[in-house]
Design a protein around this ligand. Sequence first.
Ligand SMILES: [Zn+2]
Length: 129
Amino acid sequence: MATKKERELIVAKYGGRCAYCGCELVKGWHVDEVKPIRCKKKWDPIKRKWIHDGTCRYPKRLHIDNQNPSCASCNINKHAMSLEDFRKLIGGFLTSLNRDSTQYRIAKRYGLVVENEKPVLFYFETVEL
Ligand SMILES: [Zn+2]
């Protein structure tokens, strides 16, 4: 868990924007570990669910050099993925929308949605540091 001072440094990395989608961060933004820390979980037989035991497999990754400011949506979708797996996930959204969403296909036919197939670039890859 990042301290208040560390959070200030992390959010300043990209001028208060999400490192991934580039949206302006609002209260409740997340700290993402670029290389996942892999939280350890153990089974709680009373609650009947997996709970974090407060430790992780890669504790050295809990460092500002490996931490990015993230909106909740990007952080939740990235979860414990590597950067390249997250890029593949986002890159596959057009395929899944065309396959699974009638509303999306209709909106596309009516010109309300225009697809823009291009490589997925994260915001932090587009800005000068
Ligand atoms: Zn985002």
